[in-house]
Ligand binder design. Structure first.
Ligand code: KG4
Ligand code: ZN
Length: 339
């Protein structure tokens, strides 16, 4: 039996999860709304909010797990404490790391350090049906865009990634140009559902191999909107649905084209998506349709395991626990981390 308490605090979500033998019993997430008015995450405010949220969130995760567990259960029954060690905002990571280290020391339990991006990929192993190995995973979040080849939980290889902005940034920056509040990705998704994806055409970059680029799209949207607004000051307002649908269509096109190329190159037909942008309804639909058309088995984590959450840290830590991959108590978080 392995009962793991996991903590995620890499950006602006404070989350805690309890996992018993690979089964998630609880996954609590405290979102931080304080950043909305600044148009992006303010690191200092994120750290402070983590400080406030971490104890109640851990407490809630333990209590919920105790309700579901078949025998009496308290924090003393956990076998290991896991935390996100990298990558992320350093002040945010420090809060989760220090909390996890203190708890591991106090309970005299092993500590498990988890890589946030690997955890996004392994979120696909939380619920059935799970992909068999090897599988490909397109991880698309606010900070990263990667194609990962997963040969086992211990053998994850990045085979393609963005050379500039992440897909989530492309959504958020385009949304900002359209006058939508941060984070704009979910709003583009919402308005796109009423719009025509072929109404406007934006630049699609030609990037070699399995890599991506999204900074040109933002510029293309900016110049297009500036020109149109000069002719008609309410152009955005009148065309918001079509603009959102067209931006979303372009981003999804860029992503799916590279995913197809990755399948062709590797011959791997188990295809997953992960990360905050995998919550996008257009991307989910497109992945499913491509899977049906091309004979792929496709997997998409439940919504709560797509955006930042501690359940994905817990499932990754579970495999590390099985392999006895424990961290020393003098470990530090790092903002950037090699894979
Ligand atoms: O993985 P995540 O929660 O945090 C990071 O580690 O970055 O991803 C957040 C990103 C944001 O850019 C947000 O706009 C985007 O995911 N996002 C979406 C949707 N839901 C979240 N983008 C497009 N459509 C959505 N439905
Ligand atoms: Zn993330």
């Amino acid at each position: 039996m392995a009962t793991i308490l996991a903590i995620e605090s890499s950006c602006d979500e404070t989350s805690a999860s309890v996992c018993v033998d690979g089964r998630i019993l609880s996954n609590f997430i405290a979102n931080q709304t304080v950043h909305e008015k600044y148009g992006g995450v303010v690191p200092e405010l994120a750290s402070r909010a983590h400080m406030q949220n971490i104890v109640p969130v851990v407490d809630a995760a333990i209590k919920k797990a105790a309700e579901i567990h078949d025998s009496p259960f308290t924090i003393h029954d956990i076998d290991a404490v896991a935390f996100t060690q990298a990558p992320g905002l350093i002040g945010s990571l420090l809060v989760g790391t220090q909390f996890a280290k203190s708890l591991a020391l106090a309970l005299d339990k092993p500590l498990i350090a988890v890589h946030h991006m690997q955890a996004h990929v392994l979120a696909n192993l939380i619920a059935d049906p799970k992909p068999g190995f090897p599988f490909l995973c397109l991880t698309v979040s606010g900070g990263h865009t990667q194609i990962v080849l997963a040969n086992s939980p211990y053998d994850l290889k990045v085979i393609g990634e963005t050379i500039d902005d992440a897909a989530g940034e492309a959504f958020d920056k385009s949304a900002k140009l359209l006058g939508l509040p941060y984070p704009g990705g979910p709003l583009i998704d919402k308005y796109a559902q009423q719009g025509n994806p072929l109404a406007f055409k934006f630049a699609e970059p030609q990037i070699p191999e399995l890599n991506f680029s999204f900074s040109g799209l933002k510029t293309s949207v900016l110049y297009f909107l500036q020109a149109q607004q000069k002719e008609d000051a309410s152009f955005i307002e009148k065309n918001l649905n079509d603009l959102c649908a067209s931006v979303q269509y372009t981003i999804i096109n860029i992503l799916i084209k590279k995913l197809k190329k990755a399948v062709k190159q590797t011959g791997v037909k188990n295809v997953c998506i992960a990360g905050g942008v995998s919550a996008n309804s257009g991307l989910r639909k497109e992945l499913k349709e491509n899977g049906d058309k091309n004979g792929w088995s496709t997997f998409i984590p439940a919504f709560e395991y797509c955006t930042d959450n501690a359940a994905m840290i817990a499932i990754t830590a579970y495999y590390k626990y099985l392999n006895k991959e424990f961290a020393a108590l003098d470990i530090s978080p790092t903002a950037r981390a090699e894979w």
